[in-house]
Design a protein around this ligand. Structure first.
Ligand code: URP
Ligand code: ZN
Ligand code: ZN
Ligand code: ZN
Length: 483
């Protein structure tokens, strides 16, 4: 049975044109004028765009003594309601746990997904087992490894571990990801703030100034360069980090930055002179910044020095946030945004003339699919691509409210914002998953999307023994052997 999306305007990362889109077997089979199908989806007055891809989510993730409240069921419902048709979630081994054991857990959780999904693998500790299992992880279609330079004493890796893992990524043709904040400095500043009696959520922002992000971003870029590997920087929130990325790009390095919709549209005033719950609900890392940093992020999206817009969806209920009453370092870090990313970016970006419609498609979908290697299966309106599509009504509007959201939590950080531009239909592999204002897909419809590693930079893979063997002392610039 075929379906045809009729009377819409196709908007891709590089073109805008009137055409119908014919779908069969979950794929786009024809694009052109006056197409006929067994079932008609009316797109009059709408744009037909690639479904959004959120490259950064944490669904049902064990973190800071609890689990993030949205699982693959509620999280992917939220995604579809907001026009997103694929999420890339982080499989997170606890320190000491094997990568494949963690992957098994994520395989199990994700069986409930409404939309397609993929995984990144986090490197939370380092050793021979991790080194070996990284190969198997890439063989299973996971080509990205995440490193935390923050969360000291929990998930943080040190520079020697970072360098070793980056070199392993280079060998495998994988891309390292980095959460770039200097965890040592954050830990020291947090302890001082607490000792001085600053226990409230606003102290979270004081403990993580933009310099800790700028330093760690630059350090990760330099270490990636020495390892001979590209780098994807998650949740870029400030000018210093953006500047490091910009400089690296200008110098010919493959480095990508990912601002979040929260950092683009919400600022640090959310923490100050607010009630405890209001501020704590917005505690995330990095914290919200001032207008100057926001302007820098918007400039990065229009100039192309920043590549993708994500959510880092890691939602906690108010009760969970209250674990941190009396000690801000115990407030679970994270905010939601899956349902709101595309409407908020359209409203604040396209409607206000900061980015074009085509740039909107690029940063919410196509760039992400290309960088993370699932293009053109995802992120494209092309014959042969998956029919992951959004029929976008630029005239539809609503007021964001927790009372009508899909997410399982009891508030929304965008509460009260007016958005104009919403999905009329969201299609996941040809199935209308969101339409008429409600979820129409079945739990479990989502499938895993394998993302292969690229060509390894070095042909022969090293063994753990070779990597850890003592090496001759090498003075800068002087070859260690042969002279
Ligand atoms: O505060 C945040 N961002 N929580 C989720 C985990 C992470 O650091 O990405
Ligand atoms: Zn992070
Ligand atoms: Zn409030
Ligand atoms: Zn994250």
């Amino acid at each position: 049975m075929t379906k045809v999306i009729k009377n819409g305007t196709v908007v891709t990362a590089d073109l805008t044109y009137k055409a119908d889109v014919l779908i069969d077997g979950g794929k786009i089979i024809e694009i052109g004028p006056d197409l006929k199908g067994d079932e008609v989806i009316d797109a009059t007055g709408c744009y037909v765009m690639p479904g959004g891809i959120d490259p950064h989510t944490h669904l049902e993730m064990p973190f800071m003594g609890t689990y993030s409240a949205d699982d693959f069921e509620s999280g992917t419902r939220a995604a579809l309601a907001g026009g997103t048709t694929m999420v890339i979630d982080f499989a997170l081994p606890s320190p000491g746990e094997g990568l494949l054991d963690a992957l098994k857990k994520w395989d199990n959780k994700s069986t409930r997904a409404h939309c397609d999904y993929s995984f990144h693998m986090a490197i939370t500790w380092w050793g021979e087992q991790v080194f070996n299992e990284m190969k198997e992880v890439t063989d299973r279609g996971i080509n990205t490894f995440k490193h935390f330079l923050a969360y000291k004493g929990a998930l943080m890796v040190n520079d020697d571990e970072l360098f070793a893992s980056f070199k392993r990524c280079a060998e495998l043709g994988a891309i390292p990801l980095v959460h770039a904040e200097n965890g040592d400095v954050v830990a020291e500043m947090s302890a001082k703030l607490l000792a001085e009696g600053n226990t409230g959520p606003e102290a979270h922002a004081y403990s993580r100034p933009s310099q800790v992000e700028g330093e760690a971003t630059n350090r990760a870029i330099m270490i990636a360069d020495m390892a001979g590997v590209p780098l994807y920087v998650v949740h870029t929130s400030c000018e210093e980090a953006h500047e490091a990325i910009r400089r690296a790009k200008m110098n010919g390095k493959r480095v990508w930055g990912e601002p979040l919709i929260q950092h683009l549209t919400l600022d640090e005033s959310e923490y100050f002179d607010k009630d405890w719950d209001h501020a704590a609900r917005r505690v995330m890392s990095p914290p919200f910044r001032n207008k100057q940093h926001q302007d820098s992020l918007w400039a990065g999206l229009s100039s192309g020095t920043l590549s993708c817009v994500a959510t880092d969806h890691c939602a906690f209920t108010t009760d969970q946030k209250r674990y941190g009453v009396g000690d801000f370092t115990k407030i679970p870090n994270g905010t939601g945004g899956l349902e709101d990313r595309m409407p908020m970016l359209w409203t604040e970006g396209v409607n206000k003339g900061r980015i074009t419609m085509n740039e909107f498609v690029a940063v919410t979908s196509t760039n992400i699919a290309k960088i993370l290697n699932c293009y053109p299966k995802k992120g494209a309106v092309l014959v042969g691509a998956d029919a992951d599509l959004v029929v976008w009504d630029p005239e539809a509007s609503k007021t964001i409210s927790a009372s009508s959201q899909q997410s399982a939590i009891d508030y929304n950080v965008f509460e009260g914002k007016e958005v104009k531009g919403l999905p009329r239909y969201t299609l996941s592999r040809g199935v209308v998953a969101w339409g008429d204002g409600k979820i129409q897909s079945q739990e479990g419809h989502g499938e895993f999307v394998a993302r292969d590693a690229g060509m390894p930079v070095t042909k022969a893979l090293s063994t753990w023994k070779e990597l850890t063997a003592p090496r001759p002392v090498q003075r800068s610039g002087i070859p260690a052997t042969g002279v």
